[in-house]
Ligand binder design. Structure first.
Ligand code: NAD
Ligand code: TYD
Length: 351
């Protein structure tokens, strides 16, 4: 094996796409997926590659320093792709400490273990931290987040991710740990846990349940197909400069209400329902506390320096995503049995 790479959070949404890409594209890399398997982690997401000779899964917690150290001792990692996180804003509002524990403490444990393992020889090592555009805060109706935009996180989730980004840069500047970072806009695609807007609405449309829109539905997000995100990560991991940050986004802004209407339109047609039927399910509910108005990414540095461009138009990506959920309803049923029911009850029925 030419390299051994640790992927954290590889059983989650983005992590599973990233793991699949690396296992398939780089047969000479050994890929070790470390995941705690929280409610968001699911080994079903990786069924197609679980038997690959260059892939290994290990269950564990990134915030357990002695365990993480033992992983570095055992596997002699050359690189880390750090995806593991608590990732849902609404859950961070309900339980901020879990976000500090995984996103901040967990990231620092990984940095510390990588530094200890690599301190003698940092050559050809890479610690790649995967982050979000939410660290930049909220935009008004104009402008874009660039790599130079000042951090202004406003939810417990984004504050914990911002803090982890600062620690990654601190390890670069203080200890010369070879790091790279990227901050990406909202992802969508297969294996997205149905607590997030797009898969939640797809699932509710299938079952003719209400589509909960926070506030007036005017908040804007910049959506990127998950495979385009992981292709950018691949490029940055191999060609990006050490110590640098790259913004990743699709120049694809949608207000929540327009996005949900587009979903309804496509699903009515795919499910042979009457045009306009699913839109009847739209239900305006109490707004999210501190709801960021707009996110929009300027990814021109990534395009200019590394030649990356998103491959898919949104309508096509959305159509592929809906088809995947329609063909994988057992996956949806499995991930929404058990603790999801309590979450849904607390999040949507206390309003
Ligand atoms: P996700 O919630 O789907 O998956 C997170 C994974 O991390 C799960 O498999 C979970 O089991 C694992 N995990 C959680 N705590 C852990 C711990 N303490 N130790 C080990 N594993 C743990 O998240 P996602 O949407 O795939 O996001 C992945 C990364 O990308 C996160 O860092 C997130 O901040 C970032 N990101 C996400 C988006 C998005 O739109 N989803 C956009 C930009 C950046
Ligand atoms: P989400 O998918 O949670 O991602 P993020 O908060 O990280 O951007 O939410 C996307 C947008 O959709 C956000 O503006 C909040 C809104 N939203 C709803 O209107 N209703 C919902 O039930 C959910 C989960 C989100």
């Amino acid at each position: 094996m030419s390299k051994t790479i640790l992927i954290t959070g590889g059983a989650g949404f983005i992590g599973s796409h990233l793991t699949r890409l690396f296992v398939k594209k780089y047969p000479d890399y050994k890929i070790v997926n470390l995941d705690k398997l929280t409610y968001a982690g699911n080994l079903e997401n990786l069924r197609d590659i679980e038997g690959a000779p260059n892939y290994q899964f290990v269950k564990g917690d990134i915030a357990d320093l002695s365990f993480v150290r033992s992983m570095f001792e055992q596997h002699h990692f050359d690189g880390v792709l750090h995806c593991a996180a608590e990732s849902h804003v609404d859950r961070s509002i309900a339980n901020p400490l879990e976000f500090v524990q995984t996103n901040v403490v967990g990231t620092v444990c990984l940095l510390q273990a990588a530094f200890e393992a690599w301190s003698e020889n940092m050559e050809d090592k890479i610690f790649y931290h995967i982050s979000t555009d939410e660290v930049y805060g909220s935009l008004g109706t104009e402008g874009f987040f660039t790599e130079k935009t000042a951090y202004d996180p406003r939810s417990p989730y984004s504050a914990s991710k911002a803090s982890s980004d600062h620690f990654v840069r601190a390890f670069y500047h203080t200890y010369k740990l070879p790091v790279k970072l990227s901050n990406c806009s909202n992802n969508y695609g297969p294996f997205h846990f149905p607590e997030k807007l797009i898969p939640l609405c797809i699932m509710n449309i299938i079952h003719r349940r209400p589509l909960p829109i926070y506030g007036k539905g005017e908040n804007v997000r910049d959506w990127l197909y998950v495979e385009d995100h992981v292709s950018a990560i691949d490029l940055i991991f191999h060609k990006g400069k050490l110590g640098e940050t790259y913004n990743i986004g699709g120049h694809n802004e949608w207000s929540n209400i327009n996005l949900v209407k587009e979903l309804c339109r496509q699903m009515d047609s795919k499910l042979s329902r009457k045009s306009g039927e699913s839109e009847q399910l739209i239900t305006y509910v109490k707004d999210r506390a501190g709801h960021d108005l707009r996110y929009a990414i300027d990814s021109s540095k990534l395009t200019r320096d590394l030649g990356w461009k998103p491959s898919l138009q949104f309508e096509e990506g959305l159509s592929r995503t809906i088809d995947w959920y329609l063909q994988n309803q057992t996956w949806l049923e499995d991930v929404t049995s058990g603790s999801y029911q309590n979450y849904y009850q607390q999040q949507y029925h206390r309003r």
